[in-house]
Design a protein. Structure first.
Length: 100
């Protein structure tokens, strides 16, 4: 379990985590969840094809469901989009007040 697929999945996981943690915007965070979902699929495949990889496959199967929910929350759900946009406006106002 040290081939190019695992390296791509590992690097993708790191990039996705950085995108979500940085919280630049709703859209970037949403695409971070998309990347997480993609690499979760790679990890599931890697786990299923490895001799002792079932725990990895199960873990990333669950993470795929969680990341899919993140995609829904940040990129698809109109109600949630509106809530997040309003929260971002309020956060920006708070930053300006604190800076002043």
């Amino acid at each position: 379990m040290n081939g190019p697929l695992e390296w791509i999945a590992a690097i993708g996981t790191i990039l996705a985590a950085a995108m979500v943690a940085a919280d630049f915007s709703r859209r970037i965070t949403g695409f971070g969840f998309v990347l997480f979902a993609i690499v979760s699929c790679l990890w599931v495949y890697s786990g299923l094809t490895a001799e002792d990889g079932m725990p990895l496959a199960i873990q990333n199967g669950v993470l795929l469901l969680i990341n899919s929910f993140g995609v829904w929350q940040f990129l698809i759900s109109r109600k949630k989009k509106a809530e997040i946009e309003k929260a971002e406006e309020i956060a920006e106002q708070a930053k300006q007040e604190v800076a002043a």
